[in-house]
Design a binder for this molecule. Structure first.
Ligand code: ZN
Length: 79
Protein backbone atom coordinates (compact mmCIF):
# COMPACT_ATOMS: atom_id res chain seq x y z
CA UNK A 1 0.00 0.00 0.00
CA UNK A 2 1.12 3.51 -0.68
CA UNK A 3 1.74 5.94 2.14
CA UNK A 4 -1.09 8.21 3.15
CA UNK A 5 -0.43 11.71 4.32
CA UNK A 6 -2.52 14.69 5.25
CA UNK A 7 -2.62 17.63 2.92
CA UNK A 8 -2.30 20.78 4.99
CA UNK A 9 -4.62 23.68 4.25
CA UNK A 10 -7.07 21.70 2.13
CA UNK A 11 -10.78 21.91 2.80
CA UNK A 12 -12.95 18.89 2.07
CA UNK A 13 -15.22 19.75 -0.88
CA UNK A 14 -18.02 17.68 0.66
CA UNK A 15 -18.09 18.44 4.39
CA UNK A 16 -15.91 21.54 4.42
CA UNK A 17 -13.58 20.35 7.18
CA UNK A 18 -10.10 21.83 7.10
CA UNK A 19 -7.09 19.50 7.12
CA UNK A 20 -9.20 16.36 6.98
CA UNK A 21 -8.04 15.27 3.55
CA UNK A 22 -5.52 12.47 3.30
CA UNK A 23 -3.70 11.76 0.07
CA UNK A 24 -2.09 8.59 -1.19
CA UNK A 25 -0.22 8.37 -4.42
CA UNK A 26 -0.64 5.24 -6.47
CA UNK A 27 2.48 5.14 -8.59
CA UNK A 28 1.37 2.09 -10.55
CA UNK A 29 -1.90 3.57 -11.78
CA UNK A 30 -0.44 7.08 -11.69
CA UNK A 31 -3.27 8.53 -9.69
CA UNK A 32 -3.47 10.58 -6.52
CA UNK A 33 -6.13 9.28 -4.17
CA UNK A 34 -7.73 11.76 -1.79
CA UNK A 35 -9.83 10.77 1.14
CA UNK A 36 -11.62 12.77 3.84
CA UNK A 37 -11.32 11.21 7.28
CA UNK A 38 -14.36 13.13 8.50
CA UNK A 39 -17.06 12.23 5.98
CA UNK A 40 -15.49 9.52 3.86
CA UNK A 41 -15.36 11.64 0.72
CA UNK A 42 -12.82 10.35 -1.74
CA UNK A 43 -11.74 10.96 -5.29
CA UNK A 44 -8.80 10.33 -7.53
CA UNK A 45 -6.69 12.60 -9.68
CA UNK A 46 -4.37 11.62 -12.45
CA UNK A 47 -0.73 12.42 -11.77
CA UNK A 48 0.27 11.89 -15.39
CA UNK A 49 1.78 15.04 -16.82
CA UNK A 50 0.70 15.58 -20.38
CA UNK A 51 3.76 16.58 -22.34
CA UNK A 52 3.84 16.86 -26.12
CA UNK A 53 5.48 13.86 -27.70
CA UNK A 54 8.64 14.41 -29.67
CA UNK A 55 8.31 13.47 -33.30
CA UNK A 56 11.02 11.04 -34.32
CA UNK A 57 12.53 12.19 -37.58
CA UNK A 58 15.64 10.04 -37.42
CA UNK A 59 15.86 7.74 -40.42
CA UNK A 60 17.43 4.35 -39.96
CA UNK A 61 20.72 4.10 -41.91
CA UNK A 62 20.61 0.32 -41.89
CA UNK A 63 21.31 -1.28 -45.26
CA UNK A 64 19.46 -4.41 -46.24
CA UNK A 65 22.41 -6.78 -46.73
CA UNK A 66 20.30 -9.84 -47.54
CA UNK A 67 18.92 -8.15 -50.64
CA UNK A 68 22.46 -7.50 -51.92
CA UNK A 69 23.49 -11.11 -51.38
CA UNK A 70 20.46 -12.31 -53.31
CA UNK A 71 21.37 -9.99 -56.18
CA UNK A 72 24.89 -11.45 -56.33
CA UNK A 73 23.54 -14.99 -56.49
CA UNK A 74 21.22 -14.09 -59.37
CA UNK A 75 24.15 -12.68 -61.35
CA UNK A 76 26.20 -15.84 -60.83
CA UNK A 77 23.36 -18.00 -62.08
CA UNK A 78 23.08 -15.88 -65.22
CA UNK A 79 26.78 -16.38 -65.99
ZN1 ZN B 1 -15.21 15.52 4.26
Amino acid sequence: MSKKRFIAGVVCPKCGTLDSIMAAEDTEQQVLLRECVECGFHDRMSTVVNTPKEIQTRVSPDVDTTAKQEAVQVIKILE
